[in-house]
Every structure is written in C-alpha cells, then in structure tokens.
Design a protein around this ligand. Structure first.
Ligand SMILES: Cc1cc2nc3c(=O)[nH]c(=O)nc-3n(C[C@H](O)[C@H](O)[C@H](O)COP(=O)(O)OP(=O)(O)OC[C@H]3O[C@@H](n4cnc5c(N)ncnc54)[C@H](O)[C@@H]3O)c2cc1C
Length: 443
C-alpha cells in the first residue's frame, strides 16, 4: 500500500502548500459587536467582509485555525447546479420555482467570479469548462435530457460528446461519452479563502481562531443587544449572530445540527507529473465529474503539474493509507496512464447534505444561517454569506429563491447521520440500476 505514496507524503490538503493555515488573532475581545459570526469559511467571511465595509463591528470565531473547514479543502469546482437536477425539481415543484432556484444558482456562480475579479483575488479563477462523464449509455441519455431541458428554459450552453470522441476530452475509455458545459469554472480554494480572509481583516473584522463558540443565548434586556455569545476565549453581546458552520455544525447548535447531514469527502493529489502526461489526461484542462450520484471527480492542479481527484464519498475510512488505496483504484480505473504514479497528498473534509438535497439560508429565532451546500459551497457559501449580510444591513435586494423553503429535519434526528452508509448504498444502487436500463427507457 505504501508504494502508492511518495516518501514525504502529507495528509493535509494540497491547497495548504500555497495557503497555509495561520492563527489569525482578532486582537482584544470587545464586550459587544454588532455581528458575531460562527465559522470562518467562505460563508462566514463573505458575510463578515460585507458587514465590516458597511461600518458594522464584526467578530468571526472559529473552533480551529481560520479556514480549517471545507473552504480550504474542497476541489475548487465552480458550478451552478445541484444534486437536485433542474428537470426533477421542475417536475416536483413546478417551473416557476425550479427556474427561480436555478437562476439564483447562476447568480451565485457569476457573482462569485465577479467578486474575485473586482477584489483582484489571485486564486487561479478560470472559466475552464466542465466535462460530465457518463457512466453508462443510459446515464448519457439522462444527461442529454437534463441539459436540453436546462438549455430550453434557462439558456445554459452545453454540447454532448460521444463515446467515440471522449478521448478528445480525457485519456479514458471508462465512460460512455459525456457532456461539456463550456463556461463553468474552477479556482484554487485555498488562495480564494486566503484572499477573502485578508480582505476581511483589512476591513476591520476581528477574527478569532481556536476559539469555539459554545453557546448563543438571548441577552438580558437593557444592553441594546439581542444575544449573549459564549466562546472559549470569553463572552460578549451581539445584535446579530450568523451560523456559518456547514459540515462542521456542532451539536451545541441543536436546531441547525438537526437539519444538516455531515459527511466526509475525500481527495488526493498526485506527485508532479511530466507536463505532457498531464496534458494528455485532460487536454483542455477542464474539471471532470462523472454522472453518478456518488461522484468521482478530477482536475489539473492550477499551480503545478499534478492531477487532483476525489470520490468514494462517506465510505467510513479514516486511515490515510486506506483512503489512498481506494482513491488510487478510482484513478487507475478512469485514467490508466496514471496507474504507476504516486500520491503526494491525501485529505478529507466535512461536507453537509440536507434532507431535501437543497442548500438553506434563513433566520431562526433571530439567528441567521447559511448551510447545507451539498457539494456546491464554493459559489453558494459565497453567495449566502453576501445575502445574509445584505439582510442584516436591511438593504433592498432582489429576493433569494432559497429563502422560501422550510429547512426540513426528520423525527429523532439529532445530527448523527447513522443512516449514511445505507444512503450511499442506495445511491450506488440507483446509479447501477439506471446504468442497466436501455437509454431509451428511462422513467
Ligand atoms: C473534499 C471536498 C470537496 C469539495 N468540493 C467542492 C467543489 O469542488 N465545489 C464546491 O462548490 N463545493 C465543494 N465542496 C463543498 C464546499 O467546500 C463547502 O460547501 C464550503 O466550503 C462550505 O463553506 P462554509 O464557509 O459554509 O463552511 P466551512 O468552510 O466548512 O467552515 C465551517 C467552519 O466552522 C467552524 N466551526 C464549527 N463549529 C464551530 C464552533 N462551535 N465555533 C466556531 N467555529 C466552529 C469549523 O471549524 C469550520 O472552520 C467540497 C467539500 C469537500 C470536503
């Protein structure tokens, strides 16, 4: 097993090489802030930056070093879709709702890229395009139907790639063709987070790492503040509180913990490859996901000649060598030219699913939240952070379709997702049973 790993292999994210975690200090703790934010990922920091620039006093607390969460661990794919496909959402909830949701997704995507450009954040953000690789002819047919529906209703571009032409996109014979979405993007998630963090600090945000929030309670009357917040470094009052903990939501926030389903995502980086070998694998440097519910995904690193990839979500493994073995198997299966390459980094991160497979933003008992991104948190976390700040500031703003839905839970669920192995087996069964169908007979 160890021959899959380079000798000085790391089990921290590849992204931390260029964007190492630091223990940012927030200075002296004040007795009161206009806004206290729990969690220092994209959601928390985008809200914090917007609020601080509007003149609010803002403190962000993280249980770990700032950026420790998924925001510096993810794959850096920038998209505008959800697990809940547009045509399924339309069939279930109607065209107006599905269109509004998918328009917000497109706004989240475009506004994140625009924000990065306006701020001059150097994080390799590009519209590289995405290949969705079909895992069977029936998956190909479903993909074509979904994308055709989205193009008709939303005007979103795509082109199908037959099995015979797949090698123009990827050095693989595993897939039955696929689809290219030409304008989707990617970035370096560590550098994006670093850029966001430095701008938040420059705007006056007090950022406290290694300072868990342990309680948020109503404040005693008479202070002009609505909440009393207890942290590992002290107590303070706040007029508004934002919960931005997504897949790391603690049980001490029971209303939120009951609504998100934390699960582990796995990623790896190869050792540096000969540039020609890497170019052969993904000649257009697009991001790649497969069409399964339980996805495998691949991309070139933006800043060195390596391939980054992941998959096998929520498989229950903790040991980096075992994770490396599982992921390397997926790599060899999809890109056999890379069968002998070693891995330099293998890491994990916590994601958050939800019972309706939709991200949620809102305000419960006066406390704001944005979470449940279902693998789409790079644009959606940034977007929800902005939206929450706009709501707190009382700015006139177009409504957000995601605010209209109730945030569901299940009876007896307390934040311990014991059912995940069953759910993952169900997804695998759904992927396989669709693959067995003839392309023409999908329900
Ligand atoms: C392996 C992997 C790959 C992914 N790939 C993609 C992708 O390609 N594209 C995409 O769009 N999304 C992707 N995602 C999802 C995306 O990274 C997340 O949805 C997004 O980063 C969530 O941002 P956030 O700010 O809401 O939360 P996070 O960045 O997770 O931050 C939450 C923070 O809350 C802190 N916290 C928890 N409890 C407390 C407490 N009590 N007090 C203080 N702080 C606390 C945690 O320490 C953590 O730092 C991926 C996720 C993973 C794990």
């Amino acid at each position: 097993m160890t021959d899959l790993l380079i000798s000085d292999f790391s089990n921290t994210p590849y992204w931390w090489e260029a964007a190492p975690l630091t223990t940012a200090a927030g200075g002296t703790l004040a007795q009161a802030y206009d806004v206290v934010i729990v969690g220092s990922g994209y959601t928390g920091l985008r809200a914090a930056l917007t609020l601080a620039r509007a003149g609010r006093s803002v403190a962000v607390f993280d249980k770990e070093r700032p950026g420790y969460g998924a925001s510096r661990r993810n794959a850096g794919f920038l998209g505008r879709t959800l697990k809940k496909a547009y045509i399924d959402l339309k069939a279930a909830k109607g065209a107006a709702y599905a269109t509004a949701i998918y328009r917000d997704l497109a706004t989240a995507y475009e506004s994140t890229l625009a924000f990065i450009e306006e701020e001059g954040i150097d994080c390799h953000a590009v519209r590289c395009g995405r290949l969705i690789a079909a895992t069977s002819p029936a998956h190909y047919a479903v993909l074509e139907r979904e994308l055709t529906g989205m193009q008709a209703d939303l005007g979103l571009p795509f082109s199908m790639v037959s099995r015979a032409r797949l090698r123009e996109e990827m050095a693989s014979d595993l897939y039955d063709g696929g689809a290219v979405i030409p304008d989707l993007g990617s970035l370096h998630p560590g550098l994006y987070h670093h850029g966001l963090m430095t701008r938040a600090l420059a705007a006056g945000v007090a950022l406290f790492g290694e300072s868990a929030v342990t309680a948020v309670e109503p404040a005693a009357a008479g202070h002009g503040a609505r909440f009393r917040v207890t942290t590992a470094v002290g107590q303070m009052r706040a007029r508004d509180v934002v919960i931005a903990t997504n897949g790391y939501t603690p049980k001490s926030l029971p209303w939120h913990a009951r609504r998100v389903i934390p699960f582990v995502g796995y990623m790896a980086a190869t050792e540096p490859l000969p540039p020609a070998l890497l170019e052969k694998q993904l000649p257009h440097r697009r991001t790649v996901i497969d069409s399964n519910l339980d996805i495998d995904f691949f991309r070139p690193a933006p800043d060195s000649p390596r391939l980054l990839f992941g998959g096998a979500t929520a498989n229950g493994l903790d040991d980096p060598a075992a994770i490396a073995a599982l992921l390397h198997g997926r790599l060899r299966r999809a890109l056999p030219d890379l069968a002998d390459v070693k891995l330099s980094h293998v890491w994990t991160g916590q994601c958050a699913g939800t019972f309706d497979m939709m991200p949620h933003i809102g305000c419960h008992d006066g406390i704001w939240y944005g979470m449940g991104y279902n693998f789409a948190g790079v644009p959606m976390g940034s977007f929800f952070g902005l939206k929450i700040a706009q709501r707190i500031l009382g700015l006139p703003d177009a409504p957000c379709a995601f605010e209209s839905a109730a945030f569901p839970t299940l009876p007896l669920y307390r934040g311990n997702p014991w059912f995940l192995p069953i759910a993952m087996r169900y997804f695998a069964w759904k992927d396989a049973s669709l693959a067995r169908r003839s392309p023409a007979t999908r329900a």
